[in-house]
Design a protein around this ligand. Structure first.
Ligand SMILES: Nc1nc2c(c(=O)[nH]1)N[C@@H](CNc1ccc(C(=O)N[C@@H](CCC(=O)N[C@@H](CCC(=O)N[C@@H](CCC(=O)O)C(=O)O)C(=O)O)C(=O)O)cc1)CN2
Ligand code: MET
Ligand SMILES: [Zn+2]
Length: 745
């Protein structure tokens, strides 16, 4: 059994498989077409593949327990016995109880799903209260460790650390339960030690966000206590996603044997380490390879940073900045990427090689490092876009007075109080996805594809007219994804063929790669919007994705400030808005669901971010006349921290996720002086449940108490693409009826 840490490691690796095998297996299990054994066999194969890949790459220290059927925070909840009684009471098998927490069942809504720090990964929020009875259940970690051992590998089990686990939980003061929870972690550590585990990784990324002195003290106490256990594995506390400030000296006060620092998102961690004084024989695990972006590492700069760490610590290991969960699996299968781009990229598999290379370079010197990259291709530069950006003035981000705009728009649109609408997408059926796959495979031509999509738009418009919705959408059938669709049409972006990344549970995305200056080649959505508008006399909402969200859900260039890149995207969208307006579209929605997601974790950096984020949105939307109504849509977050920014977007109408938080956001908006149109979602579209007319009417009555009816819109929480038609029709029928009922008073 090795007791040194090893020269190189990764904090985690993608678990979905190179071809999304996990998605297919899990969805098949849910559909009842495979049984638990078959699912379990697929999962074991995927785990073995990952371990063998890491071993073959000669990675020194290999993690385990990084696999998950749905989410690693949920796995940790299970490991500490924190399954809420409302789920244990269902009397299901262990696996089905797990999936019930993740997805809900008829009788019980799922745990809340929310953003994992600043990423597009979503975790399930543990529900912890004074009555939660913690109990150690190390079965999964033990099993994975044993599986790897059977392959001849000694691995390091990974768990979310106790402090971060509670800081992510919701309920009645979860953090007050830290002492109890640490007791359970002690039992888990003892069980792992019994099985011969020599190192455990406990992840504490919550300390990259602002934490008070009490929370930092609590971290110190927790690890002092775990460190004092007699029979335990060595402890590696991994932090990531930024600078951890005072949490570093706190951890150094404890006996933990290794500390991981993100030196990509948190370069200041290096100064902090230098100021920390003697490191007492500890291993510092230097996160030098970016786990959250796809660019190849500047190996010479990374070795230099690693050498600084080596000068401070007795032992250094090289690692990724965070888990590789957030990047695609393997670049080598991308055969259609431009060679000038391909050579600049590293996906998870390639990043493992970089980590190994860096570990060796720190030990043996830099003689064997590959040559540095040539400068980026000249064709990535777009001088016209740069000149346009340089010529912008404040007036380009300003529209007329919003109250006057609202009056003018109402005159033209003639909508009732409590107008009804949807957020954009209608169900992405197997037929639609199949048609897109056939188009890509060359078995369906452009004309055939367009005809199928138009037929779908026609169907969706008729359905909305039949349901009696007031502002219609075309349904987005032609979009594979709300970001990728635009990226595929803009210059400056590349799309991958297989570059899937887990977003939540079995749902994946293929984030495009934004490598050069962004420019619009041609209108991107006008044909679809005008086709839909030609089918109805009701207004059809044009549908675009905003600059912040395009950046957040892409892999973005790092050679210029994000603000500049966002403005380039905004200019392309500005032109699109104008073209939609010129084509007779009177309402345009520019979605910004990621506005809150990319808010910097530290308050000190938030103001500057919100300035450029709001500025880019306004640049995109201020080119239209005052009588064109601009909507925006926000979801997947708590919006308390960004309410002022929402107002500053200067959209005429904001639809916002609200059904699970019981319309709380309306009070926040009113308090911040928000006087624009608002559509708090009345239907939680993340669940297959069909809400009744009564419950939506009830939510609306709540809402009219906070917002006058003429400013209140009625809509679901988000788009309907992941739902089926049966639920969508029934729910929308109830939604329209609820609006009519509340309108009638
Ligand atoms: N980028 C992004 N991030 C987001 C969201 C979002 O919409 N987009 N929404 C929030 C929640 N996250 C989500 C992430 C993914 C999905 C989602 O539905 N993903 C789909 C894939 C969407 C897609 O890319 N579809 C493609 C490819 C579909 C596909 O799998 N095709 C089959 C073949 C088609 C067939 O015969 O069925 C294949 O490639 O094997 C298309 O429609 O063209 C999935 O995992 O199933 C939903 C929400 C937050 N973050
Ligand atoms: C994640 S926000 C989704 C907005 C988009 N217009 C849709 O309806 O799908
Ligand atoms: Zn949404």
């Amino acid at each position: 059994m090795s007791t040194t840490f090893g020269l190189s490691t990764v904090l985690g690796y993608p678990r979905i498989g190179g071809n999304r095998e996990l998605k297919r297996a899990v969805e098949a299990y849910w559909a009842g077409t495979i049984d638990e054994d078959t699912l379990e066999r697929t999962a074991a194969t995927l785990r073995a593949d990952v371990w063998q890949t890491l071993r073959n790459a000669r990675l020194a220290a290999i993690p385990s327990n990084t696999f998950s059927y749905y989410d690693h925070v949920l796995d940790t909840a299970v490991a500490v016995g924190a399954t809420p009684t409302r789920f244990t009471a269902l009397g299901l098998s262990k696996l089905d109880t797990y999936f019930a927490m993740a997805r809900g069942v008829d009788a019980e809504p799922a745990l809340e799903l929310t953003k994992w720090f600043g990423t597009n990964y979503h975790y399930l929020v543990p529900e912890i209260g004074p009555d939660t009875v913690f109990a150690a259940d190390p079965a999964k970690a033990l099993r994975e460790h044993a599986e790897a051992r059977a392959l001849g590998l000694e691995t390091r089990p990974v768990l979310v650390g106790p402090a971060t686990f509670l800081l992510l939980a919701k309920g009645d003061d979860p953090f007050a339960r830290l002492d109890d929870l640490v007791g359970v972690y002690a039992e888990i550590l003892a069980a792992l030690a019994d099985a011969g585990v020599s190192w455990v990784q406990l992840d504490e990324p919550a300390y990259a966000t602002d934490r008070g002195p009490d929370e930092i003290d609590a971290l110190r106490r927790a690890y002092a206590r775990l460190g004092a256990l007699r029979a335990r594995p060595k402890l590696f506390v991994a932090t990531y996603f930024g600078e951890i400030g005072d949490a570093l000296p706190a951890l150094l006060d404890t006996p933990v044997e290794a500390i991981g620092l993100d030196l990509v998102a948190g370069p200041g961690n290096l100064d902090r380490l230098a100021a920390a004084g003697p490191l007492g024989g500890r291993t510092i695990v230097a996160g030098l390879v970016d786990g959250h972006n796809v660019w190849r590492t500047d190996l010479r700069a990374a070795v230099a940073a690693g050498a600084v760490v080596a000068g401070l610590a007795d032992h250094v290991a090289v690692s990724t900045s965070c888990s590789l969960l957030h990047v695609p699996v393997d670049l080598s299968v991308e055969t259609r990427l431009d060679p000038g781009l391909h050579e600049r990229l590293a996906f998870a598999r390639q990043k493992v090689d970089e980590v190994v290379l860096l570990g060796r370079a720190l030990r043996d010197g830099t003689a064997h490092l590959p040559a540095p990259l040539p400068p980026p291709p000249a064709a990535w530069r777009h001088d016209e876009v740069r000149a346009r950006l340089a010529a912008l003035t404040a007036a380009d981000r300003r529209r007329g007075d919003s109250t006057a705009r609202a009056a003018r728009q109402q005159e033209l649109l003639g909508l009732p109080d409590l107008p009804t609408t949807t957020i954009g997408s209608f169900p992405q059926t197997a037929e639609l996805r199949g048609a897109r796959a056939a188009l890509a495979a060359g078995t369906l031509d452009d004309e055939g594809y367009t005809a199928l999509m138009r037929a779908e738009v026609r169907r969706v418009v008729r359905l909305q007219e039949d349901l009696g919705l007031d502002v219609l959408v075309h349904g987005e059938p032609e979009r594979n994804d709300m970001v990728q669709y635009f990226a595929e049409q803009l210059s400056g972006f590349a799309a991958t063929e297989h570059g899937w990344v887990q977003s939540y549970g079995s749902r994946c995305v293929r984030p495009p790669i934004l490598h050069g200056d962004v420019a619009r080649r041609a209108p991107m959505t006008v044909g679809w919007a005008t086709f839909a508008q030609s089918l109805t006399t009701r207004p059809v909402k044009g549908m675009l994705t905003g600059p912040v969200t395009v950046l957040a859900w892409s892999f973005v260039r790092t050679d210029q400030p994000l603000a500049a890149t966002a403005d380039q995207v905004a200019l392309a969208l500005r032109d699109e808005c104008r073209d939609l307006e010129a084509a007779g579209i009177r309402v345009i929605q520019v979605d910004e669901p990621a506005l809150r997601e990319t808010l910097p974790l530290r308050r000190a950096a938030q103001g500057a971010y919100l300035d450029w984020a709001v500025g880019a949105f306004r640049l995109a939307t201020s080119g239209v006349a005052d009588d064109t109504q601009i909507h925006t849509h926000l979801c997947y977050s708590e919006f308390g921290d960004v309410i002022t920014a929402i107002d500053a977007l200067d959209a005429d109408v904001t639809s916002i996720e609200a059904s699970r938080s019981k319309m709380e956001v309306l009070g926040d908006l009113a308090a911040a002086g928000y006087r624009r149109g608002v559509g708090p979602g009345v239907w939680d579209i993340h669940s297959p449940r069909v809400p009744s007319r009564e419950e939506m009417a009830e939510a609306l009555r709540h809402a009219v108490a906070a917002v006058p009816a003429r400013r209140l819109w009625v809509n679901p929480d988000c788009g309907l693409k992941t739902r089926g038609y049966a639920e969508v029709e029934a729910s929308l029928r109830h939604l329209v009826a609820a609006a009519a009922e509340v309108r009638a008073g």
